[in-house]
Design a protein around this ligand. Sequence first.
Ligand code: UD1
Length: 352
Amino acid sequence: MRITSIVGARPQFVKLAPVARALAGLCDHRIIHTGQHYDSVMSDVFFVELDIPRPDHHCGVGSASHGAQTGRMLESLERLLQDDRPDAVIVYGDTNSTLAAALAATKLHVPVVHLEAGLRSFDRSMPEEINRVMTDHTADLCLAPTLGAMANLATEGLGARSLLVGDVMTDILFEVRDALDAATTPAAPFGGAPFTLATLHRPANTDSPERLREIVRGLSGQDRPTLLLAHPRLVAKAAEAGVRLDVGNITVREPVGYRDLVRLVLSSSGVVTDSGGLQKEAFLLRRPCVTVRSDTEWTETVDLGWNALVGERPSDIPSALSSLSAPDTQETPYGDGRAAQRTAEAVLEFVA
Ligand code: UD1
């Protein structure tokens, strides 16, 4: 049995790691990398650190507008899938690579499994929302991370082809956290003083100079230092708009690999982000998080008191972070760390 995983962007490499491990030895598992992310800090470091097998094919599409990027992927993936003829493809998350892979496969009558199905922000201005809705409706099997995602799929008439497996990012997060060796943990930045860890990359936040300026002002308004791990989109857009990022007590660094990210979250006092994955990772590592968006797909983090949304008023970043109640909780809305195992079983059973 041949199963092909198609990935291309940073969060997908993280999701692929535990799934590739769970599928190893059970089928002929191949990997196609679209090339959406190509810098070593955005791609290679994840394959090396998380021990993901080298991709069997690399489409090398690179950056472009949405239409051009997705179109290039479609053309390249169609050719590769025609040659490889897998029994099913697995597509991950909500990026342009996810949508292109789902479309390319389904048009060739190759069954599509969507992992991390059913998440909704209900904000149709987000490219990811369009990608995930289209992919869920294209997929033959929707594997959902949460009960909320299952409910969304049922509401859209997709209940019969949906299955709850849990969140595979939780699997890998717990694994990496548990393997962190105190001896190799680098000294905390800022000499061990309390700090905020921040990331920012959503077009809605980076592509308007006014909005970006407001967020930077909010970040620098905190009374403790901020370490801003700057995604290439943020760096490019800030330079274009003449917005300085390293103002006040903000220190700017390149993005880091997954292990260093987990270490930094653990040594931080709190997180400010617009990333879906990082909101959830902050919760799972029990660090309060402020999300610079008006909505979230990971609503459990907000309901449980660990995440606050400040999309409407980024100037509220400091007050929101300091007033989060972050109560003790035993809730496990994202599963028990065995989602990849269930994913592998579900995929194999589906294909068989
Ligand atoms: C993409 C996903 C987003 C995901 C994010 C994680 C879509 C629509 N968005 O957003 O859901 O949360 O990845 O990072 O698929 N760039 C580089 N080097 C790289 C990659 C990107 O310099 O290796 C720069 C390019 O200037 C590019 C910009 O970043 O134009 C944006 O890249 P792109 O992949 O289009 O979207 P992301 O913002 O990374």
